[in-house]
Design a protein around this ligand. Sequence first.
Ligand code: PBG
Length: 313
Amino acid sequence: MRRLVSETRLHAADLVLPIFVREGASSPVPIASMPGVVQHSLESLPQAVSDAADAGLGGVMLFGVPEVRDARGSGATDPNGILNVATRVAAEAAAGRIVVQTDLCLDEFTDHGHCGVLDPLGRVDNDATLERYREMALVQAASGSELLGLSGMMDGQVAAVREALDESGFTGTAILAYSAKYASAFYGPFRDAVESTLEGDRRSYQLDPGNRREGLREALIDLEEGADIVMVKPAGSYLDVLSDVAAASDVPVWAYQVSGEYAMIEAAAAHGWIDRRRAVIESVRGIRRAGADAVLTYWAVELAEWIRNGDAA
Ligand code: PBG
């Protein structure tokens, strides 16, 4: 009876797996603050993508970890930059079975670690960054990314990228807007994962964790600019924002269960302080219940297995 009347079910197709790919790696490199997650090499990537497809996941989201960084984030727009090469490799491995998505942001590629380029005073230059994002979008689309994850929180980024794509004939390449992205402590382990060089913080462009209305407003602006999917991030501490956005959006709403959310449950479970499987399932179900149509989660493959075995209710 309980199963029959459950309001929130999990499906593998509603899960997206983030994948890190490290330039120059000869084998997968473990990430200390994210036990169980690795930086893939270009050699180990195809298997990871086909495992995700076999698990029935909806998609994979690729992040590149380059060997060399500079002020403009040149690696991001180099067709032979790690993310673009990885995209071609992943698209081939996916063979249409799973959606290949890419992070469209400069932070992994800049030596200062910010999501955009800087002005002479060292501030993030919003409009100059849009020009870089337009170039990135074209290279990523040409590399085979089907869904561009705009995670940089620059004003006007959705409109700028949509226009660039359409002008170049990439009318079928979709945009996932990280609309309500908060300046969060929960990105900590991710910055290890991408070996971020950031000094300072991202408070001049990411949202204030105290602001609920503003999260909805950002999503509405992105819808207006042509986003195909809008996202709230992090997920667990922002369920109210997620619920607001889900009520207002006429396109799919996703949420990103970020690295710190992953690390906290893994750490507690490793101490024997929490039932790992139940905590993982409850955390993702809660995000779905609040209104997410799909969830980016580092547990996607394992969770899909539990779902398949009937262990995820
Ligand atoms: C930016 C980006 C970040 C994450 C995804 N895309 C980091 C940031 O904004 O600092 C964080 C994801 C996570 O913590 O799991 N490219």
